[in-house]
Design a binder for this molecule. Structure first.
Ligand code: GAP
Length: 459
């Protein structure tokens, strides 16, 4: 049975060290979460899987890591200053603030009053002062999407790699939005990470690339363990589209709180590169605008046939890392009733996402030879580079298994007296027990075959 409530996930995440509320010891900072010892591994594994699929396994994508602090003109010319808003209402009764489009029956969620102000646009971007001078012109924005760093580096990447159309630039990084009402655990937060690809194509081929990317992204999420029946592609209607998009397909996932957006795949046309290329006059701004406020770049690339400068179209698969973590946790969380009537919670994560790949448990922690052998097995597996191998020295094998089921460790290896050649059967010398998380079955494997056995099953 998959996790049915968000509470179960939140509780597991806190108990086992996946995710904690941000600034918790000072009462928390709404809309922020911290990833704990296992959360950081899971998140890194998800990002690594994305990077591998988007950059390493393709021959037409380059990577980038642009800065978070962004010049205000970037976000003016991108349209975010003017339009990156959500409709906000105040409750006149209890003075709380809400996002108008999220209220049910136009009622305050706190006190139930319908005495609300008219919705007004609230810009979601965080401003921050840059340098010691606190004057109007000295602020910058924390980027609200990683995409703009890709557009502003378009020319740098083209010039330094000699790329020609079609090609993409991939980036993973933090984005910040001052959400009016952060909610649903890590689903809607104020600080989050995005995995974004801007894939530049010749105008006219954009629709075809758009649908190819929707298919590719759906398949990738299935490869991360999400079931087809919990995924849905939703074609946004014209009035739902962001200011830059000609079309957008959202990949929705059945989160514990409902079917909601996990990733958006937009056709941004030439909106962004065009905006950063055009002059102020083209924006309809007054003619006496400071010319320094213009972008200096011509963000073009040779047309594949005519070789004339062309502002390409862009297809943008943009996924939330935190929503991805929430989705794979939701899918993996399983409660089972065992034959003896007891309950087992097991995270059936795909092995490549599991925070700990293998736990090595000595049968007895007070027997130096067993401890030493178990540590040698850990080191042997670690040297293969298959990810985090955990030496689990709690002295209680049953409890160790249960803990590792709950955090999704695919394999537990036990080193015992037979391993040392001190059991009844000498043929078991230098073998260990390998327990499979999902089936709970155990097999005896020679230590010198262990690395191959585990690697084969982790990939
Ligand atoms: N560059 C395009 C863009 O930013 P978006 O639909 O606004 O598009 C892309 O965001 C993805 O980022 C979303 O599908 C979602 O997964 C994630 N995301 C957006 N806002 C978020 C928030 N407040 N908290 C967590 N994830 C968020």
């Amino acid at each position: 049975m998959p996790a049915t409530t968000m509470d179960e996930l939140v509780s597991l995440c806190k108990r086992r060290g996946f995710i904690f509320p941000g600034s918790d010891i000072y009462g928390g900072l709404q809309g922020t979460y911290d990833y704990g010892p296992l959360g950081v591994e899971l998140k890194n594994n998800l990002k690594a899987a994305w990077w591998r699929a988007m950059v390493y396994e393709r021959d037409d994508v380059e990577g980038l890591d642009a800065s978070i602090l962004t010049h205000r003109l970037v976000l003016r010319h991108s349209g975010h200053e003017a339009t990156f808003t959500d409709p906000m209402v105040d409750c006149r009764n209890c003075k709380s603030r809400w996002r108008a489009d999220q209220l049910k029956d136009n009622k305050c969620e706190k006190c139930g009053s319908t005495d609300l102000t008219e919705p007004r646009p609230f810009n979601l971007m965080f401003k921050t002062a840059v340098g010691p001078v606190a004057e109007e012109g000295s602020f910058a924005y924390l980027r609200p999407e990683t995409a703009q760093g890709i557009f502003t580096n378009f020319k740098n990447v083209v010039d330094s790699t000699a790329r020609r159309l079609p090609f993409g630039i991939a980036q993973i990084g933090k984005a910040f939005r001052n959400e009016i009402t952060p909610r649903n655990f890590i689903f809607r937060v104020r600080e989050f990470e995005q995995m974004e690809l801007e894939f530049f194509v010749q105008p006219g081929t954009d629709d075809q690339w758009h649908s190819q990317w929707v298919d590719a992204r759906l398949q990738w999420w299935r490869d991360q363990g999400l079931l087809s029946e919990n995924l849905q592609a939703y074609h946004q209607a014209g009035d739902e589209l962001a200011h830059y998009a000609k079309a957008c397909v959202d990949i929705l996932y059945k989160f514990p709180h409902g079917l909601e957006e996990l990733e958006g795949i937009a056709n941004r046309t030439d909106f962004d590169l065009g905006s950063h290329t055009r002059s102020q006059a083209d924006f309809g701004l007054s003619a006496n605008v400071d010319p320094n406020e213009d972008s200096t770049a011509k963000l073009t690339i040779p047309h594949p046939e005519t070789q004339k400068p062309l502002v390409p179209f862009v297809i943008e698969p943009s996924a939330g890392v935190d929503r991805g973590v929430l989705a794979v946790l939701t899918e993996a969380y399983t409660k089972e009733t065992l034959e003896n009537g007891s309950e087992r919670i097991v995270l059936k994560l795909k092995p490549h996402l599991a925070p700990i790949k293998v736990a090595v448990l000595p049968l007895a922690r007070n027997k130096p030879e067993i401890v030493e052998k178990a540590k040698a097995v850990k080191n042997l597996l670690m040297a293969t580079g298959i990810g985090r191998i955990f030496y689990e020295d709690t002295g209680n094998i049953g409890k160790g298994y249960r803990r590792h089921d709950e955090v999704g460790t695919p394999f537990c290896i036990t080193v015992d007296f037979d391993t040392l050649g001190r059991g009844d059967d000498p043929s078991l010398t230098d073998t260990v027990t390998v327990r499979d998380r999902d089936t709970m079955s155990q097999v005896r494997i020679p230590i010198n075959e262990l690395a191959a056995y585990i690697r084969e099953r982790l990939v």
